[in-house]
Design a protein around this ligand. Structure first.
Ligand SMILES: NC(=O)c1ccc[n+]([C@@H]2O[C@H](COP(=O)([O-])OP(=O)(O)OC[C@H]3O[C@@H](n4cnc5c(N)ncnc54)[C@H](OP(=O)(O)O)[C@@H]3O)[C@@H](O)[C@H]2O)c1
Length: 194
């Protein structure tokens, strides 16, 4: 994504991942152990700093549904200190509608442009494996931010959806944060799939 047209905001794929590369357990459940939410693994200051740098979120429908189900079963389990605009990529309306969410559909490039503009110079976080794959495939992603969590899930939803083209990355940082390790990578512009 061309950052110069959008202030300093970056397009960031944001993921929690088990050490063996799964972003959710079988059945799509984000279970990192003993019922602990992601926020409990990461140092609060780091979590707050990442949230403060985020201006908007673009979320895939399945991620939305997994989050809604988790929240319904365990209130507070997907708490995130973020109050900015949410954009939901889906072909189907929400039932009931949610006035706090803008539904987008169709071209991923246009969706990213809309959501990044709404971030007002902060970062746009991309949530959802399929959506992130579309963004990576179109060369729309600036950075990957991965919370590596101390668990081997053995099975589940892999970090990359099938068919994702090779993407070369440049390491930015690796930080121990509470019980997690935060890895940041920049997508090498010249190496992006087009
Ligand atoms: N560990 C983490 O940090 C993390 C974060 C997020 C998600 N996850 C996990 O990732 C999994 C969800 O990822 P996913 O890859 O299955 O799905 P996803 O990316 O969350 O959502 C995919 C769905 O979004 C809709 N969609 C995508 N692109 C669209 C477009 N261009 N226009 C309109 N609608 C579009 C479609 O839904 P419809 O056609 O049905 O509308 C599509 O099936 C879950 O297991 C979740 O737990 C993990």
């Amino acid at each position: 994504m061309n950052q110069s047209s959008t202030g300093n905001g970056k397009v960031v794929v944001n993921r929690a991942m088990s050490l063996d590369g799964f972003i959710a357990a079988p059945g799509h459940r984000m279970d990192w152990g003993a019922g602990r939410p992601l926020a409990d693994f990461v140092a609060p200051a780091d979590f707050a700093e990442i949230a403060a740098a985020t201006g908007s979120m673009l979320i895939g429908r399945r991620t939305w549904e997994v989050g809604s189900n988790m929240e319904a079963q365990e209130p507070g389990s997907v708490d995130y200190p973020f109050t900015g605009p949410f954009f939901l990529l889906t072909h189907r309306p929400l039932d009931p509608p949610d006035p706090g969410v803008t539904i987008l559909s169709g071209d991923i490039g246009a969706a990213v442009e809309t959501a990044l503009y709404a971030a007002g110079g902060k970062n746009l976080e991309i949530l959802g494996a399929d959506v992130a794959g579309q963004c990576l495939g179109r060369g729309l992603v600036d950075e990957l931010l991965v919370y590596v969590l101390p668990v081997l899930l053995g099975d589940g939803i892999p970090f990359s959806p099938p068919g994702l083209a090779r993407t070369d990355l440049e390491p930015i940082s690796s930080t121990r944060s509470g019980d997690a390790t935060i890895l940041r990578f920049r997508v090498r512009a010249g190496a992006r799939a087009r």
